[in-house]
Ligand binder design. Sequence first.
Ligand code: ITT
Length: 186
Amino acid sequence: MAAVKARLASGNPHKLEELRAALPGWAIELLETDRGYPPEAGADYYENARGKAAFGRHSADPDEWVLGEDSGIEAAALGGAPGTASARWADDGVARLLEELEGVAERGARYVCELVALGPDGEERRGTGILEGAIGLERRGDEGFGYDPVFVPLGEQRTVAELGNDWKRANSHRTRAAAALRAALS
Ligand code: ITT
């Protein structure tokens, strides 16, 4: 079967790499745009993900699908912050998270990913993925990106950055969102 041609409306190459692994049978490229992305103005991950995909729809070829992805980390002790603001919460989000949770016993947290696909005929499908875990006491590991050096998935002792990219490709919130999206498309 021919690959599904798709553009990912994102400036984050880690997302591209992880989604390529999570969506076999899809030929995904980053959307090239010189228009600059509009600010994330949505009320939640879904609205932001849909906004990115809708923006990309204007530049993508008519026969391509467009993917928009919005994700973030939510710390229970911070009432779910930084959530949708994860990318712009601080210059160094990991440092701020460790600082805000210093001396705090409640370390529970989760990663959330919302994926929206807009098809050539305007059809829309979505998938949500969640990875539960906890915030460690210090940075450990060097794979992945973002908050991975301090995020310890439920049932694991090591951070995602220590568990590595192969672990992430099999288990991440992004991989789960992609599986949900595939189910919604089938
Ligand atoms: P685009 O909006 O261009 O797609 P972005 O990196 O700005 O790229 P988001 O607005 O969705 O993406 O912000 C997601 C942030 O949440 C990301 O920058 C990280 O700080 C954090 N995050 C999401 N998924 C993550 C993951 O798998 N590992 C580590 N941090 C993650």
